[in-house]
Design a protein. Sequence first.
Length: 182
Amino acid sequence: MKSYRIDITPRPSPRPRLGKHGTYNEPWYTKYLKDVRLLLRLKKIPKDEYSELRAYFYLPYPKSTAKKNLINGAPHCKKPDADNILKGFCDALEKEGIIENDSRLYKKDIEKRYTTEKTGCIIFSLDVVKDLGVAEVASSEDKEEETNCWVCTPNLTQKEMREAGTCDDCFEKGFQLIKPQK
């Protein structure tokens, strides 16, 4: 999974406005999308069927913050909302053709942090997960060894899933069944 950095202060996606000729976006948001798209194009990110996105949005401190209180990477727990910032970024990824639709991203990890620099930045990575949740067909050699993995074994009942464990391959991929405490 390769990480990318674009130097632009993240902006939230506003609600579309209603005018005489239909809906439109605010001019500042249209310019922001255009700038992000240009920066994405310069990174030459390959187009693929990405399914995971990890994004860190670094926003500058307000100018009124005292210099002694500036901490680079501190959590940003104020407005704008992280999901609104992500929506604007995903819109740019879609319009640039890097992802087909952000609804195909099943996993989105977002963090909003402060930066001591004058402008913010976006650090992100995209990943492709092939055959998620689909067990591979076992070869004739593997058929001799019976698996007791709830991910690899199709059509298990909930009781059988709780009794089964997770094989090493599925555990490394992050599949873990959380068993309820008795």
